[in-house]
Ligand binder design. Sequence first.
Ligand code: AMP
Length: 418
Amino acid sequence: MAKLTVNDLDVSGKRVFVRVDYNVPMEEKDGQMVVNDSTRIKETLPTLELLAKKGAKIILAAHLGRPKGQREATMSLKPVAKVLSEMIKKPVAFVDDCVGEQVELAVSKLNPGDILLLENVRYYNQEEENNPEFAAKLAANADVYVNDAFGAAHRAHASTEGIATAIVKKGGKAVAGLLMERELKFLGDELENASRPFVVILGGAKVSDKIKVIDTLLDKADTILIGGAMAYTFKLAEGLKVGQSLVEPDKVEVARAAVEKAKKKNVQFLIPSDNVVATPFKTDKLNKKGKPVIELQNPRVNAEKNIPDSEEGVDIGPATAKTYAEVISKAKTVLWNGPMGIFEDPRFAEGTFAVARAVVEATQKNGAKSIIGGGDSVKAINKAKLGDKVTFMSTGGGASLEFLEGKMLPGVAALSDK
Ligand code: AMP
């Protein structure tokens, strides 16, 4: 069901509560917390500029980190107000709380177009408990609710779900922001009615994290390309040897069932034919958890399907990268979630980068719609400096995965229908 958006409402002079995703990386500099990466703030600007133009009194709420119901000074949103103010080129007021009299007073001072940022909603345990009284307190200072925090929409919390219900109960509307609208369009409608061939690329660490996504996409895609450590569980399912690779032996049956379903549905389902492998070596160094640091030594291409006992698969090999790139070059729709290897280590990033280049080429030469489904694949494509050359990059991690699984996210479900 399509949801109302900020475009559908007259918000002139109204108090508009906007839930944003300002869970930004912070670091301490000269005794003060500063914002390390302002991408998430930048992404909210279109919604905020539109609301300001329409004459809304804008009240922003977000969470930062996991303060567990405590006033944790390092997790204050105050530094975000300064950054937002610089980016949107107007003052952004900040109030030291998210509910109660102080907030009421600050909201009463707002003129149309003004912006007020509230303090971290997770300073209260009731936020994550989705406590209805707390949600009603958040709603008390607002006439309209806007959710622009796709990355938090898979959680039924007071500022994502409870408040939407509370606002609707008192006769107001709960609507999607522009960023949320784009996420629903690309991860939802565009994939539901995908132009064909529709190629899905899935990688990352675990089959167990993505099996529901695989299952759902087997009903929609023409081809599924598997990479990352996940591929080794599929290799095990084929009776192949995987050496020291990261695998989930208890998910072999699940992998087998996915391959069976692919056959039945006539979906081309490919796993790597070659891999980059390396030998894990236990060093004397200890990591943060006090465990020995494992170094990956002597990387090489293993053109065999089996991986020798002493070695570990760390990336797809060049032959696989070539095959995958050829499949991708013919696609009209591409969805990518999860890296092809341990891309954080430059020695094992080539498979992921090759796929990234192929996705960009399909987008630019073939007019394919390329959708990057959040998390580490977004990091990887940015690392390859290709972020601006794909159609859409999701801002969600867990939320994107749950949405791709076909689940209705609580923060979306609570919004008013068109
Ligand atoms: P995910 O969050 O499930 O998308 O997983 C991303 C993580 O999977 C990244 O940190 C990668 O380093 C890791 N990864 C990808 N391929 C492998 C591999 N072959 N072995 C171990 N980890 C991998």
